[in-house]
Ligand binder design. Structure first.
Ligand SMILES: C[S@@+](CC[C@H](N)C(=O)[O-])C[C@H]1O[C@@H](n2cnc3c(N)ncnc32)[C@H](O)[C@@H]1O
Length: 398
């Protein structure tokens, strides 16, 4: 897709600001792309292994940064909430040192179009199950985070907090504080207790990169964060990083987009399989650690080991299931029966998908309105789901 190499004054100002604030930029530039906002383009030929950007650890915004530490957050306030609060306070401050950076972030109105958290209920109801579950979690976490900071920062209005909270969700990188010694007082928790939810860093300029399932890999070290070219690039090509091994439902719920080519895509089958289980079967699966997280993949293998296990419990005498999960029998002789059962569920699901597609196609949307983008992303995702399900039925022998 064609990129605009000169995306506007605010971006030129921000690049100067970043370079004066510990960001080294080599051979790349921000550019505007249709359908994905800003991104990064190769400004010259790049070679595999070239270091494209380095952000000094002092330029990252983390909960250990001195400016964030001044707010003296209670330990029970999440890292996400602390960063969102800090950004909200900065956003309102006339003298914000981050102003040039803030000026290049997507606007609140961009988020209203893109992010399902802001969609009207009737559009959220049309999200695929997996995206919907993630959205519910997101909403719960946002509500909890706002309630936790509100008594201490009553001047921050909920819409502003929501905006900066979403800036944190969509623009942070995983940062396990490699610049700090193991017992440092600025760590949000004891090092051994840190989880992924404690390890966020806002990285100026690096947050321009769009995601692709195969892309440059960002690397953290005590000195800061870098992105190195994963292959050669021609001048003008978009350069992506990989945000991680995410499915399209995850990308849709968390970031508001899906990929056409996603090597990490899969579909959850829990909503089809769990309702088929008796209470006793649920008990057995829980005891054996095989309850839920059943997935269908567009590639090989089509169904995961957990799905193979639950389908055996549903269709065969329990001893055949036990032999399968204990590894004493690979279960090849039962495969046709197991596949037939799943094909039955998938064919029913195909009919439901056709109904949902009709509903999405029926959404009335003015050309160029934000509804058009929401409708399009829903249509594209449900068509992908339909293709994956139909493909699986064929592979399973249907
Ligand atoms: C870290 S930011 C990347 C820069 C962003 N595009 C911007 O305009 O500032 C992440 C956001 O970029 C967009 N994005 C990232 N990768 C994308 C892709 N492959 N296709 C479409 N949108 C993408 C999504 O809106 C996502 O929430």
């Amino acid at each position: 897709m064609a990129a605009a190499l000169d995306p506007g004054e605010e971006h030129t100002r921000f690049v100067d600001w970043a370079q004066n604030n510990g960001v080294e930029i080599n051979g790349i530039a921000p550019a505007k792309f249709v359908g994905r906002g800003m991104g990064i383009v190769a400004a010259k030929e790049l070679k595999k292994g070239d270091r494209l950007v380095h952000v000094s650890h002092k330029s990252l915004v983390t909960v250990a940064s001195p400016a964030v530490q001044t707010h003296k957050f209670l330990s029970r306030i999440t890292v996400h909430a602390r960063l969102a609060t800090h950004l909200a306070l900065q956003f309102e401050a006339q003298d914000s040192t981050n102003k040039p950076w803030q000026d290049v972030w997507p606007t609140r109105s961009d988020f209203e179009t893109i992010l399902p958290l802001h969609w009207p209920q009737e559009r959220q109801d049309l999200l695929p199950n997996a995206a919907n579950v993630l959205l519910q979690n997101q909403r719960t976490n946002l509500e909890k985070d706002y309630l936790s900071i509100h008594p201490f920062f009553p001047s921050i209005p909920k819409p502003l907090f929501t905006y900066t909270w979403l800036i944190v969700s969509t623009r942070t990188f995983y940062w396990a504080y490699p610049d700090l010694p193991p017992q440092h007082r600025s760590l949000p928790k004891k090092r051994a207790q840190l989880t992924a939810d404690d390890c966020y860093a806002m990285c100026p300029f690096m947050d321009y990169f769009n995601h692709s399932s195969i892309g440059c890999y960002p690397a953290a070290s005590a000195g800061g964060y870098s992105v190195t070219a994963d292959r050669d690039y021609k001048a003008g090509e978009e350069v992506y990083v990989s945000y991680g091994s995410h499915t399209n439902d995850f990308l849709l719920a968390e970031y508001g987009f899906i990929l056409e080519e996603n090597t990490h895509d899969s579909l959850p089958l829990d909503h089809l399989i769990l309702p088929q289980l008796s209470a006793e079967q649920e008990r057995v699966l829980k005891e054996d650690g095989f309850h839920g997280k059943y997935t269908l993949s567009p590639g090989e293998p089509t169904i995961c080991h957990r799905t193979q296990a639950v389908l055996r419990l549903l269709t065969l005498p329990e001893r055949r299931y036990t032999a399968f999960i204990s590894g004493t029998d690979e279960g090849a002789s039962d495969q046709a029966k197991v596949n037939d059962y799943l094909i039955g569920l998938l064919v029913k699901y195909e009919r439901q998908i056709m109904g949902i597609l009709e509903e999405v196609e029926g959404i009335e949307a003015e050309p160029k309105s934000k509804w058009v983008e929401q409708k399009n992303v829903l249509l594209r995702r449900w068509k992908q789901i339909e293709r994956i399900v139909k493909g699986a039925v064929v592979v399973l022998g249907g």
